[in-house]
Design a protein around this ligand. Structure first.
Ligand code: SF4
Ligand code: SF4
Ligand code: SF4
Length: 308
């Protein structure tokens, strides 16, 4: 059987998705037997864009250089996979959209103790996109999407295996709660709490304990490591399917409805807290046009209110 040629491109991202792929460990060997990798920036000194059966793009569109590279990937790849929440939704750098480009450059190059120049460079750097961060599907057609920050190796292996066999990855649409194992139950808790303000109960849902957890509004592409290990979910794998597909659903309303039914905490208090910490909870998908049509368009106003 002839091998499937695969080309990788790394746009504006953090390399975590590449590390996630290496985390396949010995399962990677099974996949590699069927692949001929023709381009992989962190491993191969290939500057061009060879023709490939499958193109895999990580990272978001942040610069004009990213846009050019993405088009070259699309032109040279028969099928294109957007890999990781940056490529699918814009990822955590979307949180920078709460600021203007000049504010971002000032913070990075001028008001930064570790920057040598203290000036915004005008040469030698790709120009930032005027409209802010964007997911790759805002620029080219994408055949397959695999969110996650990074996706868990379990899902990476399934996706690569299906694509190598010439099929399409088929995943369930479960949210993080499906894998969490904590028990949702009614409680008398009357106010929101942070982790340091309670003695946590290991097998009870964080929402029941008065702690914000985004698991019920987040797609499972991670196998729920955080709530299983004592940390609430912040939603890094990207929103659950019904949040994406339902025009009137939003992270705030979803979590606030659920939490106010399970506890004595008023719905309005949950909404206000999620807005206050919007840079954390909305970061991963904020750059997606889908979310800009939701109440997320008020993000800058929430941030102006002093959120983190
Ligand atoms: S999706 Fe997450 S791990 Fe992958 S490049 Fe973006 S920030 Fe890094
Ligand atoms: S809301 Fe969080 S803690 Fe509760 S079941 Fe879902 S993932 Fe687990
Ligand atoms: S924050 Fe949530 S979505 Fe991200 S890895 Fe943890 S459990 Fe998964």
């Amino acid at each position: 059987m002839s091998k499937v040629t695969v080309s990788f491109e790394w746009l504006s991202g953090c390399s975590g998705c590449e590390i996630g792929t290496v985390d396949l460990h010995e399962r990677l060997l099974g996949v590699l037997d069927s692949l001929d990798i023709v381009r992989l920036p962190i491993l191969l000194d290939e500057r061009g864009y060879p023709e490939a059966d499958l193109g895999i793009v990580t990272g978001a569109l942040r610069t004009e250089h990213d846009v050019e590279c993405l088009h070259r990937m699309r032109q040279s790849s028969s099928k294109l996979l957007a890999f990781g929440v940056c490529a699918v939704y814009g990822g955590p750098q979307g949180a920078a959209d709460a600021n203007t480009l000049s504010e971002i450059c000032e913070a990075v190059y001028c008001n930064n103790l570790t920057t040598a120049t203290h000036d915004v460079p005008t040469e030698g750097l790709p120009k930032l996109l005027e409209g802010g961060v964007r997911p790759v599907s805002s620029e080219v057609d994408v055949d397959f999407f695999l969110p996650g920050c990074p996706p868990h190796p379990y899902y990476i292996a399934q996706a690569l295996g299906a694509l190598v066999r010439g099929g399409a990855p088929e995943f369930g649409a479960h949210n993080v709660c499906f894998r969490c194992g904590r028990r949702m139950e009614k409680s008398e808790v009357g106010e929101l709490r942070r982790l340091h303000q309670l003695t946590p109960v290991d097998d009870v849902c964080w929402l029941s304990q008065g702690v914000l957890c985004m698991g019920s509004a987040t797609l499972d592409r991670c196998l729920a490591p955080c709530p299983q290990r004592g940390v609430p979910c912040t939603g890094c794998a990207g929103p659950s399917e019904h949040i994406v597909l339902e025009p009137n659903r939003d992270i705030r309303t979803e979590i606030a409805d659920r939490m106010s039914r399970m506890t004595k905490i008023p719905r309005e208090a949950v909404v206000a807290e999620i807005e206050r910490r919007a840079r954390t909870y909305y970061a991963y998908a904020l750059a997606s046009p889908v979310f800009r049509q939701k109440p997320t368009f008020l993000f800058r106003r929430w941030m102006a209110g002093g959120g983190n």
